[in-house]
Structure formats: structure tokens, C-alpha cells
Design a binder for this molecule. Sequence first.
Ligand code: NAD
Length: 345
Amino acid sequence: MGIKVAINGYGTIGKRVADAVDAQDDMELVGVTKTSPSFGCELAQRKGFPLFCTEDSKARIAAFVGSGYECHGGLSELLELADIVVDCSPGKYGNENLQKYKDAGKKYIFQGGEKHTLTGQSFSSSANFSANIGITGTRVVSCNTTGLSRTLVPLFEACGSLKVECTMIRRAADPGDSSKGPINAIKPVLQVPSHHGPDVMTVKPEIEINSLAVAVPTTIMHVHSIIADLPEGHGMTTESVIQMWKETPRVIVMSGEENRITTTAEVMEMARDIGRKWGDLHEIFVWEDGVSLQGDRLYYFQAIHQESDVIPENVDAIRALMGTESDWRASVAKTDAAIKAYYGI
Ligand code: NAD
């Protein structure tokens, strides 16, 4: 008997978290929700994941049955079966859903589309696992913030302080999304700084960081262009920074030139070769030949698979909140090994 996990919202993030939870031997997926019948129900049914409705309305539940899906009830019935719920609803449903989880007396995890203030606590495996142990609720930070944390937290720990300026070059839409853009423009985010950099400080307040963001017409990945000022006497070199990231969990460092992997298109082709479902890349990709330490100033680029880097973090967050693991590295190793075995890779 493992930790009983419910997924509320079986969309881009929810279906991936469901698989990642299903892969773990210390967790049991008790059900997933959809708002109404759609092709996503077919996937849940084929996987053998019990399907529930996001609402308790009898009419809405009946609509699933009318469309040929077996619906096991509404959200309240699902919550009764669970120890913890992972909320994967589209951003901004937070307040409404939070009250339902509180009423049911269940632990909860939200995603990065919600604000830090919703839960008062955020999560990133390497940054603040221990601050999340045993608490009632948290928010796994967004794909961009997760990406920044993965490379900046070990750098901060090696140097003792960091001042960072970065630009998020963001994909316009997810591959399965037909309603967002731009499709023929570069769109600056006219909120300066953008929320991404400051969001890192919700999990690692010691890192001083600001960011700008632009959306570009691509669907497959985000790219970050990062400048980090290291403290005097840091003792690092370009080579030692690269070596440190090579030893960091969930970071892949490869030479663009030598591996002929100079754009996000080749990065995602490599991800498809790795063999996770949907061609996911849970790791942050750093171009080795794009890393350069000049004096105390470090320059680098990294690429983020927005649909999947937060997936293993959600699994670690479940263990932290349930208090079944105290060492973030042990949780990360367990999560990643189970996902690897699940996909036979
Ligand atoms: P999505 O639109 O692909 O999926 C959301 C799912 O939730 C859909 O199945 C929808 O039917 C369902 N839903 C709708 N209303 C609901 C409600 N009231 N309660 C529960 N479920 C409801 O969205 P997504 O891309 O999976 O995003 C989910 C969350 O993850 C958001 O907070 C988002 O910001 C965050 N996130 C998204 C990405 C990404 O690249 N897609 C990356 C990191 C974090």
C-alpha cells in the first residue's frame, strides 16, 4: 500500500504526472479527473486509471457514461480515496479548488500557473525539499523556474552568493494548443522584470535574480540566456562549472558542435530517441560550448522542455509532503529510476 494520489485535471501536465506516479512503487494512482468527455478520457481508460469528473454534478458525471466512458463519480468521491491531490488544472482555478481540498482535509500540490501566495510555500526538488517535509500544501514552481533552479542552485551552493540576470525565450504555445500565439512575431513580455526570475526566490531566496521574457513562434522548448555574477574569490572555472552540472541530477550537458545538437530541434529529437512517452525531456539541457566564465561573470544557455521538466518534481513533492523521504537526492534518484524502468529505458 503506497501513498494514494489523485490527479485533478488530466491535461498536458496531469497526464504526465499520472504516468510518473504510476511508475513509483511507493505510490498508487487512485484516479484522474476530466471536466467532460474528450479524447483524454480514452487515454485514462486505456491506461486503467479510474476516471472521475472535476465536479460532483450528477448531470456532468452522466455525460461521461453517455459518451461510453466509465466515470467513477465526482471530485469529492475521488478525494475520499486519496491521501494527497495533485492539482493540474489550468492556472487560476487555484482558489476554487484549494477550498475543496481543505474541506476534504487532504494534502495538495498546485502547479506553477498559480501564484506563490495561494499556498504560501513553493517547491523545487534541489532548492527546498526539506522546507516542504510534512506540510499540508505546496506549489511546484513553473517549468521556467524549475529550469533556472536546476542549474542556479548548485552554482549558488558552490559559490555562496549569486546575482543573476536572465532572458526567457519562451515557446508561444504547447504542441497540442491551437489557441495561443504569436505565430509570426516576437512578443516581449511588457512586465519588467518578468515573474520568472523573482519566482526562483520563492524556493531559493538567497539567489538575487531578475528576468526578462519574450515569446517566440515555436512550440517545442524554451531557451534561457543567463548571466550570473559570481562573488570574488569564487574559485570556479568554465570547466569546473561544466563538470558540476554534469554531476547534477536532471541536468544534461552536451557540446552543440561535437554532438551536432545546436538548436532546440535537435535537443527534442534526442529526447524522442531517449524513449519517454510524448518525447519528453525531464532534464534541463545545457550547451557545453555556450558556457563561458569571464572573470566573475558566467554566461550560459539552457533549454527547457516546458511540458515535462516539472513532472518528476511533482513526484518528489508528494514524498516531501507525505514525509516519507527526508533526503532530496534520494527522492530524485528513486523517482528517476522508477520512470526509467516504467518506459523500459
Ligand atoms: P491543460 O489545459 O493542458 O490541462 C488542464 C486540465 O485541467 C484539462 O484536462 C482541463 O479539462 C482540466 N480542468 C479544467 N478545469 C478544471 C478544474 N476546475 N479543476 C480541475 N481540472 C480542470 O493545462 P496544463 O498545460 O496541463 O497546465 C496545468 C498547470 O500546469 C497550470 O498551472 C500551468 O501553468 C502549469 N504548467 C504548465 C506547463 C506547460 O507547458 N503546459 C508547464 C509547467 C507548468
